[in-house]
Design a protein around this ligand. Structure first.
Ligand SMILES: [Zn+2]
Length: 189
């Protein structure tokens, strides 16, 4: 179990179309645990793999946000088969802290996904669950909730986004340095 670093707006991994998860093995199951740990630590209701820098089609969510974590769920290779209704609701994103905005999305979806045992299911999701899942599925397609905002709202959040971009650049630089150090260590061995 570990809490992973959450990537912020400006990190290119958030704009990439993620790859499907292949075999569901222990590595995938451990990663799911880490995603759940990270989501609760950050007090979020959903977290997609690209948000921790891993570009695969996998996400965790808990629209009920129970403290004992009993309502946390893992969705692998999720696909929206049907969507209908329309519902405006305020969203935020762990990768874009400081910004909240109303977004219109379908109220109900029919979802196909694979679970941690490798079994595929089809399930209808409504209201907040449907909302969270659509937001997280956008993440694995490289889409962010701010993409839905109008020009005026976008101009109001410009400064916050610039600050996040700057922070992301610093983080990625640091990560690269650490990678370099590790490679040096390997070479020395
Ligand atoms: Zn998000």
């Amino acid at each position: 179990m570990s809490v992973l670093d959450i990537r912020f707006y400006g990190d290119p991994v958030l704009r990439r179309k993620a790859d499907p998860v292949g075999e569901i093995n222990d590595e995938v199951r451990e990663f799911a645990e880490d995603l759940i740990d990270t989501m609760y630590e950050a007090e979020g209701v959903g977290l997609a793999a690209p948000q921790v820098g891993v570009s695969v089609r996998m996400l965790v969510a808990d629209a009920e946000y129970k403290e004992d974590r009993s309502s946390a769920r893992v969705f692998i290779n999720p696909e929206i088969l049907e969507a209908d209704g329309e519902w405006k609701y305020e969203e935020g994103c762990l990768s874009i802290p400081g910004i909240r905005a109303d977004v219109k999305r379908p109220e109900r979806i029919l979802l196909r996904y694979t679970d941690l045992n490798g079994e595929t299911h089809e399930e209808e999701m409504n209201q907040v669950w449907a909302r969270v899942l659509q937001h997280e599925i956008d993440h694995i397609d490289g889409k962010l909730f701010i993409d839905y905002l109008g020009a005026i709202k976008r101009s109001l959040i410009k400064k916050t986004l610039q600050d996040l971009e700057y922070e992301s650049a610093l983080y990625l630089e640091k990560l690269e340095e650490e990678d370099g150090d590790e490679e040096d260590d390997e070479a020395r061995r």
